[in-house]
Ligand binder design. Structure first.
Ligand code: UN1
Length: 503
């Protein structure tokens, strides 16, 4: 383990703030534990207000020079970041697994997601297009261009400790911004490791303060960051409760926020579906990452004709899920992040029982060191109050339905709106699900589960999920400000709308 940490530049005790050079932080010590056995891995001395100030000052300085660099040259720096990540894919993937408990294949997948977004951002650096418009005035030209915003604050969650940072950082960087990263206090070491990789790239290119890190608690750092007028954009991933706070504080100062919050994602299986595919889709969606993705399948709607059989098969499959050490290749489900999460899951199961849900399998903690629980299936109806809530654990509600109209109503009747999926072989059903009277989510899939999106599309959701879009498509626009320019190349000064104003 020590060798792994060393190879990534993670010390037994690390500073909690970096701008390229590490700052001597003096805040309380934060120890990161391996959720698979509860053992400490290494510690971080958290950042305090003064450290934060130093980070923001460096990010402001970096912005002043970085924005002057042509975007394709900024892309070249991100290409190098992608190369460094490729070179470190295995050790970094392993550290992701060790610190947040997702299985190694998913740890590697997470780093791959970082590499993919770097590749995407490199191409994007030559495609930050604006439109040109035809002016209504003679000899006038109108167009729009996109400018960088400034230092961008990135607040990330424990469940994708590095990939979601990369979605934001790679795109924000080619757009000409500098970045300040506040990672989850539950996963500080992966952030330190990624910062070390960034440091190498920055050093090679004579840059300082382009990628900065600040690890600290919410009161000292988080609140300061979201209220900071020097950060025109705050991109935050986490719970709806956290997002409501971020959104409110940022809106109060007329800043921009990009929120990627909770999901309560449903998967619908129709009678005419390919049931083998559907079963695999449900299993990965509900059990993968121990139910700790914002895209995790939390509600499973089964059409009446297949419901009993499908449920039986699913319960059987759940019984075969190999739970254990996430570094072991045979493991399919690792631990939850910490004891608090285990308790939250057990409380949710108790509440579900109280409300009348029937636990078909699981529902308990697993008796071994670390924070393990059994993947759990609850048979219930749509109106059980707990069904409306996101429990960030492998807890799946199975609900039977008869018609597509009925299921669509129930599908959309939750506060969150991130991801959704339907399994069907009917074109009409699939297209109805994707239509304006279908899923109300930011992501809607057919014959694919709710989780595991590619970076090429815009990622995010509606309603209490926060409305933000990250990673692919034209999500880059959120990291830039639009400027409309009108140029008069004639010798008259005509006014728009035909207004006359002559002496
Ligand atoms: C998250 O859980 O915050 O679509 C992000 C997915 C991943 C990203 C999840 N690509 O499941």
């Amino acid at each position: 383990m020590n060798e792994l940490l060393e190879s990534l530049g993670v010390q037994p005790r690390n500073s909690g703030a970096c701008t390229g050079s590490w700052i001597q932080t003096s805040g309380p010590e934060l120890v990161s534990h391996n959720p698979a056995d509860g053992e400490p891995i290494a510690a971080v001395t958290q950042a305090m207000a003064a450290d934060y100030e130093a980070v923001v000052a460096a990010a402001e300085r970096a912005f002043a020079t970085w924005r002057m660099m042509p975007a394709p040259q900024r892309g070249e720096v991100i290409r190098q970041l992608g190369e460094e990540l490729r070179a470190n894919k295995e050790p970094l993937g392993k550290l992701v697994t060790m610190e947040c408990g997702k299985i190694y294949s998913e740890g590697l997948g997470e780093v791959q997601e970082m590499i993919d977004i770097c590749d995407f951002a490199v191409g994007l650096s030559r495609q930050l297009y604006g439109l040109t418009m035809h002016s209504e005035r003679a000899s006038h030209r109108m167009y729009e261009q996109w400018h960088p915003l400034g230092p961008v604050g990135i607040i990330s969650a424990f469940n994708f400790p590095v990939a979601v940072w990369a979605w934001n950082a790679a795109i924000a960087a080619v757009c000409g911004n500098s970045m300040i990263w506040k990672p989850s206090p539950k996963t500080p070491l992966t952030a330190v490791a990624v910062q070390q990789i960034c440091n190498k790239v920055m050093e090679r290119n004579g840059l300082e303060g382009l990628f900065s890190l600040v690890i600290g608690d919410n009161d000292e750092i988080g609140e300061r960051m979201i209220a900071d007028r020097r950060l025109p954009l705050i991109s935050a991933t986490g719970s709806c409760r956290m997002g409501r706070r971020v959104g409110t504080v940022v809106a109060e100062r007329m800043g921009r926020s990009l929120l990627e919050l909770g999901g309560n994602n449903a998967l619908i299986v129709m009678d005419d579906a390919n049931l083998d595919l559907a079963l695999r889709g449900v299993l990965f969606g509900a059990v993968g990452t121990a139910g700790q993705r914002c895209t995790t399948t939390r509600r499973l709607f089964l059409q009446k004709g297949i419901a009993a059989d499908f449920t039986a098969k699913l319960v059987k499959a759940y019984g075969q899920v190999r739970i254990g050490d996430p570094l072991d290749e045979n493991t399919l489900m690792g631990p939850l992040i910490d004891e608090g999460s285990v308790q939250m899951m057990l409380d949710a199961v108790a509440k579900v029982r109280e409300q009348g849900g029937e636990v078909l399998c699981g529902g308990n903690r697993v008796d071994r060191p670390g924070h393990y629980v059994e993947p759990t299936i609850v048979k219930t109806t749509h109106d059980l109050p707990m069904v409306k809530e996101e429990t960030f654990a492998p807890l799946l509600y199975v609900i039977e339905f008869e018609t597509l109209d009925e299921v669509m109503k129930h599908h959309n009747d939750v506060p969150q709106g991130l991801s959704s999926a339907i399994f069907t072989d009917s074109l009409i059903t699939a297209e109805t699900f994707l239509s304006h009277r279908g899923s109300d989510c930011g992501i809607a899939n057919v014959n694919i589960g709710t989780s595991g999106a590619e970076i090429g599309g815009a990622f995010g959701g509606e309603k209490e999920t926060g409305g933000g879009r990250e990673s692919g498509s034209d999500a880059w626009r959120l990291y830039m400000r639009r400027q409309t320019n009108t140029i008069n190349w004639g010798t008259e000064l005509p006014l728009a709308q035909g207004v006359k104003f002559d002496l």
